[in-house]
Design a binder for this molecule. Sequence first.
Ligand SMILES: Cc1cc2nc3c(=O)[nH]c(=O)nc-3n(C[C@H](O)[C@H](O)[C@H](O)COP(=O)(O)OP(=O)(O)OC[C@H]3O[C@@H](n4cnc5c(N)ncnc54)[C@H](O)[C@@H]3O)c2cc1C
Length: 380
Amino acid sequence: MNSFDVAIIGSGPAGASAAFELSKSGISTVIIEKETLPRYKTCGGGLVYRGRKTLPFDVSSAVEKEFYEVDTYFANTAIKVTSKRDQPIISMIMRDAFDNLIVEKAKENGVTLLQNHKVEDITFGDIQTIHTSEGDVKAKFIIAGDGALSPVAKMAGWQETRTIIPALEYEVEVPQADFERLSKNVRFDVDAIPYGYAWCFPKKNHLSIGVGVFVKNKEKMDLKKYYAEYLKVLGITEILSEDAHGFVIPVSPRTDTFVQKNVFLIGDSAGFADPIVAEGISNAIVSGILAAKSIIESKLDPDKAAKLYQEKLEQSILPEIKTGVIVAKFFYNKKALRNIIIKKYGQAFSDAMTDVFLGNRTYPKDYKASIRKRIKEAIF
Ligand SMILES: Cc1cc2nc3c(=O)[nH]c(=O)nc-3n(C[C@H](O)[C@H](O)[C@H](O)COP(=O)(O)OP(=O)(O)OC[C@H]3O[C@@H](n4cnc5c(N)ncnc54)[C@H](O)[C@@H]3O)c2cc1C
């Protein structure tokens, strides 16, 4: 039987980054992954600069395109704003290559990868026994980087307290003339779908086009219909090939702790994607690194590690996400009011979001006063 200090379930950016961080400390670590790597992952593949610069090694071999400017359109208005920077605001990746690159870096440092091993059950104790489709693995600590559905969180007893939103993404090949026209810019189209946005992310030879609903609402949304309408907005009339992938993104953190039974939740399993744009890769990487650091600094003491992880989250990503949850509700639910502000301050909004993407700032702590001030200035 395989026995390790730490077992990480899932080889996405969260799990793979945790593994890389642990691998530097000499703590014995295994990644348990149900798929065979490299594996496809439903994702727009927009890696914002704050996520890219958090990784402790160069990922340019997995980058298909880099964009130094970003366009945001507001549907049914004439508003379009563009922000430009000297750094690549968004790098385009395909997740099979990107996630696998991080796993390979961890493997180079001695991490064991058990792929094609689906975690089916866990017997919890001082030493945890992880029952996989290919046999048992023992570990003192479990880090759950098993994504939005997080079967491991369910096994450990977590209830569902995250806000989970649906998103639909297509990998699309279009005729050469359309590709040339659309591959020059990365664009977000707010309100191309109610309570959400659509995106067009150009990759090396194709476009990743998607729609997502970003706040909980009562309407049942036909995502396919909005995707079809968005193609018209983009001026796409002919499609050479199209691969549809639907999935969910948790856009608010769990409210009932991030550690139980010596299981540490990271990335989507914890609900750490950005609530306004559902950009999940950056905080997946950050939380993976923080969980690993907590275990390392605790010298493998479970209580100390759990306390350290909570402290580190509160000092870093949690305050920003909590603000983001409230700003997202205003942004998507109060469309008319938001558009009044955007008409006047659209450029400032786009620049501020770009600075968040670059990791140069977070959302304002005094967001309520800030929104009130902008409303007053825009109306009077
Ligand atoms: C349509 C869509 C578009 C998106 N676009 C973007 C974007 O452009 N930019 C961005 O930053 N974010 C985007 N996101 C969000 C982003 O994909 C996630 O936030 C991110 O992948 C979270 O990483 P993770 O490591 O936590 O989980 P994941 O990347 O989901 O990795 C989880 C891993 O766990 C494995 N696993 C699951 N269950 C088991 C099991 N029982 N046993 C073993 N292994 C298991 C899975 O196979 C998988 O490899 C998008 C999401 C969607 C759905």
